[in-house]
Design a protein around this ligand. Sequence first.
Ligand SMILES: [Fe+2]
Ligand SMILES: [Fe+2]
Length: 160
Amino acid sequence: MDNHGQSRRALSVQAHLPDRKQRKMAYFKWDESCSVRVPEFDQHHQHMFSLGNQLADAMTSGQGEPAVSNILDELVAYTQFHFAAEERFMREEGFLALTQHEAEHLELTRRVFDFQERHRRGQAKLSIELILFLREWLTEHILVTDKKYGLNRLTIPPIT
Ligand SMILES: [Fe+2]
Ligand SMILES: [Fe+2]
């Protein structure tokens, strides 16, 4: 085969092999529709989406257990920091549904600790389950529950 033929064949093979950038799927995409109208927490959520993507990428691209563990540990630690910050904010704002929101945080924390513990015990085949959990958490909790404290700010203050 001449050089021209070889390069043509190489090109057609490459066309079927997505490069690394294309293989990196964004499982969790933050856009304005995810905004909770509190810039500090939008930033937190964006960081959590990024950690969720890193975690999904580590699990699906065979980066190995240490990489998955490190990102999972970081996500757990960041989540605790974020939940505490949100709860402090809601308390300061006198948000009425605080107890219900705290209960959701507690349940999400319990479940994420459970994933971390199972991962530590070597039950590594959690990939799909964990990605689905993160999707539920990062979308449903933020889009439904977190948005309420942002909306709470928009209510008209009483006339004094
Ligand atoms: Fe949040
Ligand atoms: Fe929250």
